[in-house]
Write a protein that binds this ligand. Sequence first.
Ligand code: ADP
Ligand code: MG
Length: 563
Amino acid sequence: MSAAETHAFQTEVNQLLKLMIHALYSNKEIFLRELVSNASDALDKLRFQAVSDDSLNEGEDELAISIDFDKSARTVTISDNGIGMTRDEVIANIGTIANSGTKKFLESLTGDQAKDSNLIGQFGVGFYSSFIVADEVALETRKAGTDAAEGTRWVSKGEGEYTLETVEKAAKGTSITLHLKEDMDEFLDNFRLKNIITTYSDHINFPIQMKKTEWDEEAKEEKVTDDWEKVNKATALWTQPKSELSDEDYTNFYQTISHDFNEPLTHIHNKVEGTLEYTSLLYIPKQAPFDLYDRERRYGLKLYVKRVFIMDDAEHLMPTYLRFVRGVIDSADLPLNVSREILQSNKVVDKIRAASVKRVLDQLGKMAKAEEQDDYNTFWDQFGQVMKEGVVEDFANKDKIAALLRFASTQDDKAEQRISLQEYIDRMQEGQEAIYFIVADTHAAAKGSPHLEMFRKKGIEVLLLSDRIDEWLVSHLHEFEGKQLKSITSADLKEFEDEAEAELSEEDKKAREALTEKVKKAIEENVSDVKITHRLTDSPACVVNAEGDMSAHMARMMEQLGQ
Ligand code: ADP
Ligand code: MG
């Protein structure tokens, strides 16, 4: 043993701790889910590394998580015999926040408890949630495969600093003891703890054990014995047949893997057998994570090989535009030592990915066709902008994705994007050849554009686009179901010009030519041409793009980017 050393928490950790304790207070039991989830991760890591180095098991066969409490000392202890941590790892993992997105995360907090607690969950600051219920936390750990004398003891009250000590620890793995705050007695109860475990962690892939209780006739109460019993199902949920799983099971599992407090919008569970053998359980969340547009965001899929956890954030299993999909893929065909590099160019992965994308798109298609549109609308409002990336990213599925797109339109002038391209086509006017749209910086600007005047008069619907990505979208999506998409601000709208032109007398035409010449001379330096238009009914003039020119919106975007 050595003397305890005192270390200061990183500033962000302190800030986070304070926020979290307040924001998560109403969800305080999640500390157990978070610690069990960490223990399970540590067991996953050990099992994975022991595949190539059996000595890491240190002769222990069974990997398990144990939960125990001591009424008189007012402590709850969560232990695992997993991978453990070295002293340096303790310093790096606990007491600092490695993720550089922390600042951004702290900025994204709103002060609204319900919203913030959800954000905090997604951010995965799991370990610190101990301080919601504890006024002191002691963590003892030893890395698998190291000497028993090389254990580390970390202790903190969650206020600014922690102490570190080298200690003797016979068993590998980690043990965390929470000294409960005054008003947290509810957790010193067998039934309560068991209940939290079966609610949040029933399908953790490892046994979670607690001490058995027995009825004590003399004392007339339940007494805790010294025998351990398994209290969770401990089966990988995705390996169970669908018929044996309830919506609640699916939801709980979703919450465990996603750290999201919401229910998912929907799940897709498939077992595939044949040339390829794998199981996929995919979820579409109800709410976009705060880092949906962050380069360092975490991806949603966990990869398992024959139930052995391989890696989190396996980005090759889903294309970027479907990065919001959460879940698990468990393959029987990949090697256990598969690396990120191998995943990048692997036929098995490519096939699983293509099939999974198809399943997600099909499920969205089903939701979009459902009688009740609420789910699809929720989905679209959260993830619509990201889906638009798919039109460009996923060429093979372009048409399918295009059918899922929703837009605002002059049909109702509402900002909500609810109109599909098919719906637009279905109510096109006799003889109308194209799908008309306008792109502007805001919905209000699109809706109020003078370019719309003639279309409104003729009763032709125009899609009103104002998302940042829309300009890019329409520069890649030229047609849908054989109908061209056309901007009403481009000069190429001959169909309307010709029709109106034909109605003019010779005299009118001459007078107009004279006028255009005059105007052109006057503003020659600023425009490439001046033309009489029949598109306007109320406004005297408007600016349009020459064919092949960058649109005004795109030009503004480029300007903003300093191009
Ligand atoms: P996350 O689990 O999202 O990484 P946590 O705050 O829950 O965030 O945990 C921080 C880190 O501390 C983990 O990534 C892991 O490296 C380490 N850790 C926490 N608990 C354990 C444990 N029981 N065994 C080994 N390492 C752990
Ligand atoms: Mg965690």
